[in-house]
Design a protein around this ligand. Structure first.
Ligand code: PAF
Length: 200
């Protein structure tokens, strides 16, 4: 598995393959990969020739009092899971490469982002829309896969791809759950036993 940090090297790899007629699939993640990610990666593997997974904890989608610093970053495990699932390239850009000094542009999808999670995280979906747009520009995928667990995120992504004519096929896959019914998530490690009962 190839590991790439530079956005320019990422785009060059992908464009070369696409010119040869290779279908490039993409699963964007923030790492801390679990069985839900594994299912997405497997579904992607079946649908493309070359598969890219990105691992980037995106600061613009975290609020000031949220868990950006504590967000789990088990990179060695994540790379191992990607290798096990036959990922061709793991894209791991730095924050400085994604948001260099002077960076300004944000993508907003206001109506879809307004309610539900957007009510309590007012800048979250703008951060998601921005990073997904940027990642698509770097990875240049034919198709990209997202989990239905993040239903509102998937709706934001579908809308921005249509609105900005990005030409990426969006596939949304069913939620993968723990035995007790809780949707798998990298943040489940934060939940206390009492909260877990409520969450399920
Ligand atoms: O769902 C996620 O892990 C993130 O929101 C995404 C799509 C990778 C953007 O940072």
């Amino acid at each position: 598995m190839k590991i790439v940090h530079s956005p320019q090297a990422m785009a060059a790899w992908s464009l070369r393959l696409r010119r040869e007629g290779v279908l490039v699939g993409f699963v964007p993640t923030m790492g801390a990969l679990h069985e839900g990610h594994r299912a997405l990666i497997r579904a992607a593997r079946l649908r493309c020739d070359a598969l890219v997974v990105s691992i980037f904890v995106n600061p613009t989608q975290f609020g000031p009092s949220e868990d950006l610093a504590q967000y789990p970053r088990p990179l060695a495990n994540d790379r191992r899971l990607c290798r096990e699932e036959g990922v061709d390239l793991c894209f791991e850009p730095s924050v400085a490469a994604m948001y260099p000094q002077g960076y300004q542009t944000m993508v907003t999808v206001p109506a879809i982002a307004r309610r539900w999670e957007g009510d309590v995280r007012p800048h979250h979906f703008s951060g998601v829309a921005t990073v997904v747009t940027k990642l698509f520009g770097m990875v240049r995928p034919d198709i990209a896969l997202f989990g239905q667990k993040d239903y509102q995120q998937a709706a934001v992504v579908r809308r921005l791809v249509d609105d900005l004519n990005l030409g990426v096929g969006i596939i949304v896959r069913p939620t993968v759950r723990e035995k007790d019914g809780l949707a798998m998530s990298s943040r489940n490690v934060y939940i206390s036993p009492e909260q877990r009962i409520i969450a399920t």
